[in-house]
Structures are given as structure tokens and as C-alpha cells.
Design a protein around this ligand. Sequence first.
Ligand code: CMP
Length: 149
Amino acid sequence: MEATLILRTYMELTLSIIKPDAVKRNLIGSINSLIEKNKIEIVAQKMIKLSIEDAQNFYNVHKERAFFDDLCNYMVSGPIVVQVLKGKNVIVKYRDLMGATNPENAEDNTIRKLHGLSVEENSVHGSDSKDNAKVEIDFFFAKREIFVI
Ligand code: CMP
């Protein structure tokens, strides 16, 4: 049988959060500019303030971690911007653009290297897998709020 090389690129959606530290420092536009310069489309976006129950539910996977309470308290310390991003392989692509969880370890020109302050105040969140992207998008957005053509 003839061998065929199929190069697959996947159009995906992912959930992004611009966290309280970045919103407080007026960095929404700078972060959106980095997203758009990297050919990632913002197909939904809104500013909200989480309740403590929201934060605990969203980060439920980390509930046994020592930093869980601090993380939840930080995430309710001010408004956040939640977004749905669209692009080819955007889940990995956006995580690459965000950089390492600890901004000190992040590559140059990543969002966390440019703007992050600490492991906690690391400016952005992005889904880490296709399954989690779906769960996280559904957590924040109704279908009618997402503009995928
Ligand atoms: P995020 O991508 O939103 O997912 C879980 C978050 O937990 C992570 O970003 C960090 O901001 C946070 N986190 C991870 N490790 C620590 C830590 N040691 N102390 C405080 N927060 C942490």
C-alpha cells in the first residue's frame, strides 16, 4: 500500500483568563495584542469578578494542594477577563505563548516573562488539554457568547 504522509493541523478552542494582577495593572490590551500578533483569534471575551465558590469550583483539581486557598483568594481579589481563543493547535500554542507557570522560568517574549510577577500572580491561565478546554469554556460561556464562524 502506498504510504501517505498526512500533516494534520487542528482548529481548536481554548479558555484563557487574564488574571487580577494583569487587569489591575492595565495590561488587557498588551496581552490581547500578544495573542493577536501570534495569529490567535479572540472569539469571546468578558470581564467578570469570581465569587469564592466560583474560584473553588474552577480550580477544584488543585483542592488538595497547599496553595489552593491562596490561589482562590487571589483569583477573587479583583476582576478577571475570560476569553475563548481560536486557532490551529491553539491549546499548546497559547500555553507556549504564556510561558512557564513561574515567570522566572518563562522564556523571553512570553506573556508571563513580560508581565508575570510570581507563581501566583502569573497574569494568565490557559487550558492544558482538549478535554479541560471544553469544561473550562463551558464553565464561563454560553454557546451564544462564542463567535466561531
Ligand atoms: P494556572 O495556570 O492558573 O493553574 C493553576 C495555578 O496555580 C497556576 O496557574 C498558578 O498560578 C497557581 N500555582 C501553581 N503553583 C503554585 C504555588 N506553589 N503557589 C501559588 N500558586 C501556585
